[in-house]
Design a protein around this ligand. Structure first.
Ligand SMILES: NC(=O)c1ccc[n+]([C@@H]2O[C@H](COP(=O)([O-])OP(=O)(O)OC[C@H]3O[C@@H](n4cnc5c(N)ncnc54)[C@H](OP(=O)(O)O)[C@@H]3O)[C@@H](O)[C@H]2O)c1
Length: 356
């Protein structure tokens, strides 16, 4: 086991490329109930960048290791009271900090310690790229469609940013469950790709009216369930497009990626529609769900997602690998328009010699 490792550390809150430094840190030792994970791959989510900017739903103490959500790696060592796990086993660590809950180590480092009750074993057929993205976006898609909205087979589900990773997974899951989807994208260039995934309808806000197209598609019965991760005027149009009694779950605010434009963070609702048509708008945050679900419930949901990916019901877009040194490029790609693929920090195997 090496004594030190590389870690990508934010010295203070700020613009990620300004505050991140590649540093050497001691390899941590697992306590009782913990495993030391040799990280193999970990994604760069936009939410990881919001955390570093100090604009997310929680704030770490700085200096802080970046990457707060998820990774795949091999168990390098086990602390006491960790029966049932083996050194060398490949596992997903759902590092998503539970709210309320203890702070969790960042994932943008070569080794981290994790509570064993948050670890999920990974079958061989799952690539590192898929495994390291299992715990956030696929789980979010599953919880939104089933637990949050309980959309029934044959019914419509309306969603925005359908080209996002979550959006693509929602389309695939809905198709599997017999749910029909109306999918909103902002670029005409994305439409065919989204249709090819199994989308029933695609609305492009570049040249189409969202409310009008939803009405034409769903007819008099309308759409009663929707999810939105864009917010701002698009979120408002989604709430407007809902049928009386409809429910909208807001889970992101892509309208203003850097969360610096107050108008784009606002979703103007029509009081008449909310009151007289008794529409509901509420939020979903995976961190809060992790904070309230028992470890058994969380692992069960993760295992269900793992099964859906292993059975190829859900296909997680292949990430683009970057070494930690190229963090500036990885961060830029994570938020670039039409970025398509998600950047992943990957760590080569075979660096476990005791030479550092
Ligand atoms: N609440 C939660 O617990 C939770 C959990 C997971 C994810 N999320 C949120 O879900 C959202 C999607 O995450 P992801 O990882 O799936 O994203 P992603 O794969 O990085 O994709 C981002 C997508 O958003 C689209 N987009 C960006 N800005 C937009 C705008 N202003 N209007 C319309 N579309 C826009 C992009 O379209 P182009 O291709 O046109 O660029 C792209 O398709 C994020 O907001 C994320 O924070 C929330």
């Amino acid at each position: 086991m090496p004594r030190s490792m590389r870690a990508l550390i934010a010295v203070e809150a700020g613009e990620p490329t300004d505050v991140l430094r590649l540093e050497s840190r001691p390899v941590p030792t697992p306590d009782a109930g913990q495993a030391l994970i040799r990280v193999k791959a970990t994604p760069v989510h936009a939410s990881d960048l919001h955390v570093l900017r100090g604009r997310y739903g929680f704030s770490p103490e700085f200096p802080a290791v970046g990457g707060n959500m998820e990774c795949v790696g091999r168990i390098a060592a086990l602390g006491p009271e960790t029966e049932g796990l083996k050194v060398g086993e490949r596992v997903v660590a759902a590092a998503v900090p539970a709210v309320p809950g203890p702070p969790v180590a960042g994932t943008w480092q070569e080794y981290l310690v994790a509570d064993t009750h948050r670890l999920l074993s990974v079958p061989d057929q799952l690539s590192d790229s898929s495994a390291c993205q299992l715990a956030v976006n696929p789980l979010t898609a599953l919880l939104l469609v089933t637990r949050e909205l309980d959309v029934q087979p044959g019914r419509w589900l309306l969603q925005t940013a359908a080209g996002s990773t979550v959006g693509r997974l929602v389309i695939q899951l809905s198709r599997h469950l017999g749910i029909r989807t109306i999918n909103v994208v902002r670029r005409r260039g994305a439409v065919e790709e989204i249709k090819a995934l199994g989308a029933d309808e695609v609305i492009c806000t570049e040249d189409e009216d969202l409310v009008q197209r939803v009405a034409e598609t769903a007819g008099p019965a309308g759409v009663r369930k929707a999810i939105d991760c864009v917010a701002g005027p698009v979120g408002a149009q989604v709430s407007q497009a809902l049928a009386p009694g409809g429910e909208l779950v807001v889970y992101g605010a892509l309208s203003t990626h850097r969360q610096s434009d107050p108008a784009a963070l606002t979703i103007p609702l029509q009081a008449r529609s909310v009151i007289y048509e008794t529409k509901t708008v509420r939020g979903f945050w995976l961190n809060r769900w992790f904070g309230t679900a028992s470890p058994e419930t969380a692992l069960r949901a993760l295992a269900r997602v793992r099964g859906l990916v292993a059975d190829e019901v859900l296909s997680i877009p292949q990430g683009r690998p970057f070494p930690l040194e190229r963090f500036t490029e990885a961060v830029a790609l994570a938020e670039a328009p039409a970025h398509g693929t998600k950047p992943l920090f990957v760590f080569e195997d075979g660096r476990d010699e005791d030479d550092r």
